[in-house]
Ligand binder design. Structure first.
Ligand SMILES: Nc1ncnc2c1ncn2[C@@H]1O[C@H](COP(=O)(O)OP(=O)(O)O)[C@@H](O)[C@H]1O
Ligand SMILES: [Mg+2]
Length: 249
């Protein structure tokens, strides 16, 4: 482990501009190994851009970005970073609609494979164990043989989280997971993510304050590309600056 060994993700003094506009402005954020963090903030605060920087989609103009101790993420591209153990879930689910739930997970298992051998080779006991475990954590055990197309919007989101887990990431980045979900699905998603966070580091970006409260984790509020406030949800949501730019609207 390097000098940042106690943390899974370390950003310090990170900035990035698009055509002269500073989307991320001297951002510093530290995520402990095994921590789940909720990120909130108004539209345009830089939440998605922060994830773009961590996943190598966007290169910062300045600052340090370290993963898992001493891995300098600014020196790696998106494919490398995914392989190193950072999984990202975008807002819109991208499951394979014409395959079963189980096959979606099999196709996502770690390791180089093309679709034919992935679906038709004899699976190892270890692969079967992993699939069963992921079906359980994503609340999809009874759906394993159903086509992904038949799932509800919320279940598709869970399947996609399962597909990320199949890649065996150390850190999961989840952008607005409960957008468009029913209240019941939203509450179940909070429980599901808490289950996942027992064995993974997780960053969740979300606007739904009720959901953030259910998560019960430390919150970071971003504004204009920097940290505006950080701490418990009660601390952050009573911070006058947060009320001014975000919650008070
Ligand atoms: N690739 C890009 N090119 C130009 N501007 C961008 C790009 N990505 C993000 N931005 C701008 O950066 C700001 C932050 O955007 P974003 O990270 O998507 O905010 P959030 O996810 O918090 O709503 C916005 O003003 C957005 O328009
Ligand atoms: Mg966003």
């Amino acid at each position: 482990m390097g000098r940042k060994g106690g943390t899974i993700l370390y950003l310090d003094g990170v900035s990035v501009s698009f055509d002269g506009f500073r989307a991320i402005n001297n951002l510093s954020l530290v995520l402990d190994r095994g921590e789940m963090r909720a990120i909130i903030g108004p539209n345009g605060a830089g939440k998605t851009t922060m994830m773009d920087i961590v996943t190598g989609k966007t290169r910062p103009d300045a600052g340090e970005v370290f993963f898992d101790g001493s891995v300098d993420l600014t020196r790696h591209d998106e494919a490398d970073i995914a392989t190193m153990g950072i999984g990202r879930k975008f807002q819109k689910p991208t499951v394979f609609e014409g395959h079963t739930v189980e096959d979606n997970l099999v196709l996502s298992l770690k390791g180089p494979r093309s679709i034919f051998p992935a679906l038709f080779h004899r699976r190892s006991a270890e692969e079967n164990r992993r699939i069963d475990e992921i079906l359980a954590v994503t609340r999809l055990e009874t759906k394993r043989s159903d086509m992904a197309a038949s799932l509800s919007h919320g279940q598709k989101q869970w399947l996609e989280i399962g597909m990320l887990l199949a890649q065996d990431p150390k850190l999961l980045l989840v952008d607005e997971p409960v957008a468009g979900m029913t209240d019941a699905e939203t509450a179940e998603t909070a429980r599901l993510l808490k289950d996942i966070a027992r064995t993974h580091s997780v960053i969740v970006v979300e606007h739904d304050m009720h959901f953030v409260r259910e998560l019960g984790v430390k919150v970071t509020c971003l504004h204009e590309g920097s940290v505006l406030s950080e701490g418990s949800l009660d601390h952050v949501s009573s911070d006058p600056r947060v009320i001014e730019v975000y919650l008070g609207r």
